[in-house]
Each structure stands twice: as structure tokens, then as C-alpha cells.
Design a protein around this ligand. Sequence first.
Ligand SMILES: *[C@@H]1O[C@H](CO)[C@@H](O)[C@H](O)[C@H]1NC(C)=O
Ligand SMILES: *[C@@H]1O[C@H](CO)[C@@H](O)[C@H](O)[C@H]1NC(C)=O
Ligand SMILES: [Cu+2]
Length: 249
Amino acid sequence: MRTSILFSLVAFTASAVNAHAIFQRIKVNGVDQGQLVGVRAPAVDNPVKDVTSPDIACNTGLKAPVSTAVVTVPAGAIVSAWYQHVLGGPQMAGDKDNPIAASHKGPLMVYLAKVDNAGTASWTGLEWFKIAEEGLDITTGKWGVDTMIAGNGWWSFTMPSCVAAGQYLMRVELIALHSAYASGGAQFYFSCSNVKITGSGTTIGNDTAKFPGTYAANDPGILLNIYNGTLPNNDLKPYAIPGPKPMQC
Ligand SMILES: *[C@@H]1O[C@H](CO)[C@@H](O)[C@H](O)[C@H]1NC(C)=O
Ligand SMILES: *[C@@H]1O[C@H](CO)[C@@H](O)[C@H](O)[C@H]1NC(C)=O
Ligand SMILES: [Cu+2]
């Protein structure tokens, strides 16, 4: 156990330096909404690591000007979130850490919080409910992050068909678990975005989260060693994705 942790440290620390990522762009049913349109992304790619910080809601050091655009999303639409190593896409041809270093295994998830005006809403004190998540496939050892990398940074989910029409902040989050064996080692990569959901739905998820508040540093999905030796597959044991379960229609 000790040997494998030490080996993991040596093997992954070098490649993990600044091999981070930023959620920065949205597609709706395949239609690209444009760079940073409706997305409040951080200017630099550093993760948040303190789950008790107010920054865990919608990040910090946002790229100015922060978009006040609101992206229209029909309930039932396929929504795609784009992660890249840095803002604006790969800065260097052949950047092997784009969209994110392959070492950064972990889940992706999406939360919504109802607001009056998504373009200008503050994120303080919001009640969030989860609408989508992808953790670990225990038959293949593939993580949500692997799906995102296979999509060249695009990761897609379905906006629930029953979700109530209206304005929301939409928080897309990736947790990198390569250093999660130490408390405070998990890395949180996320941005909030501004969306207007259309349709005839009337349902709001009833299992809500607060940021900060819901995550704890010692959650089983936040403080864990994902390595079986050098294999980052959680020993093909179920992975407990943090936060509430996604809403059901
Ligand atoms: C975990 O590692 C052991 C020792 O290398 C190996 O025998 C076993 O098959 C691995 N389990 C999984 C699920 O990869
Ligand atoms: C509300 O909670 C109940 C009980 O946990 C659950 O069965 C139901 O699917 C939830 N509704 C939504 C919209 O998520
Ligand atoms: Cu990183």
C-alpha cells in the first residue's frame, strides 16, 4: 500500500504540474454557442481544492469580461460542455495535456440552480440539484474524464425533459482524483454558465446541494486512493460520485 502510494506520487506529480483544464464553451443539440458565451470561466486553469471555500460554487479569478449572455436550452436537448487545458483551446500544437492530462481521472457532473436572471445572478447561497453525472465504469475502468478526452474535450449529457422552464445557473464540474489519496488532494475543475430552459416541464430536482456545504474533504468520493498498484481504476470497485443523485423525470 505504502509503496504503491509512493510510486503513484513519483509517477504522476511531474505530469500533473499545470496540466489542468477549464470548462469554457457550450453546444446545444450540436450547435456551438461560441467561446465563453454564457460561461463564467476562470482565467487560469488552476483547480479549487478547498471544498469549504466560497470558491467551490462558481470558481474564482473569472476571465473578464464575464459573459452575461444566456444560452437557451430546450428541455430534452443534448448539451455538450467543452473542457480545454487552458482558455481558448490548445495553445501549442501537439499539447499532450489537452484537453486535460490523462492522469486526471475522475467524474464529471452537472448541477442547476434556479435564479431570476441567469445573466446577472449571484451564486451565493443557491440551492443546486444535479441533472447528470458520469463516474467510473467498473466493467472497463473508464472514468467520465476518459469520455471527455475521447471527445476532444466535449462531454455531453441530456437536459432532463421534465425540468421546469426558466433561468438557471448551470455548474459543470470535473473532479481529478490522481492525488485524492491525501486530504485536500482532489482537484475541482468547474465553471458556472447561464442558461434559459424552455419547454413545458415543471419539475425541480428535490435533492439539493449547497456550495460550500454539501461536499466534505473526507467524502468517500473525494478522499480515496484510486490506484490498484499503478492502475487508476479504483480496483474496479464502485466509485461514490459526490453530491446528490441526479433528478429523475
Ligand atoms: C489489482 O492488482 C492486482 C495485482 O497486480 C491484480 O492481480 C488485479 O487483477 C488488479 N485488479 C484489477 C481490478 O485491476
Ligand atoms: C424526489 O425524491 C424522491 C425520493 O428520493 C425520488 O424518488 C424522486 O425521483 C425525486 N424527484 C426528482 C424530480 O428527482
Ligand atoms: Cu491538473
